[in-house]
Design a protein around this ligand. Structure first.
Ligand code: ZN
Length: 78
C-alpha cells in the first residue's frame, strides 16, 4: 500500500534554505494550510511561528539545531 507522500515538510533544512524575511539561514519551515510554505530563521520563526500555527499552518521548527551544532555536533551528523 503506497500513498503519495509529500517530502516537502519532511526534508531537513540545509544551509541553502534562507529566511523569507531577512535572508539568514532558515531553521523554521511553515507549511500553510492553503498550500505553499515559508522559511524563517530562528528569530523570525519565533516572531511569526505562533501566529501562523494559530492560523492552522504546520510549523516545523529546527531551531534547536542552532544550539546543537556549535561545540557538540554529533559525529554521525557529518
Ligand atoms: Zn529572518
Amino acid at each position: 500500500m503506497t500513498t503519495a507522500t509529500t517530502t516537502l515538510s519532511n526534508a531537513p533544512m540545509t544551509a541553502s534554505d534562507r529566511c523569507d524575511r531577512c535572508g539568514a539561514q532558515a531553521y523554521v519551515r511553515v507549511v500553510l494550510s492553503a498550500g505553499g510554505e515559508l522559511l524563517f530563521c530562528a528569530h523570525h520563526g519565533r516572531e511569526h511561528g505562533q501566529a501562523l500555527r494559530a492560523a492552522g499552518a504546520h510549523v516545523h521548527d529546527e531551531s534547536q539545531k542552532l544550539a546543537a551544532t556549535s561545540s557538540t555536533a554529533a559525529p554521525d551528523e557529518r
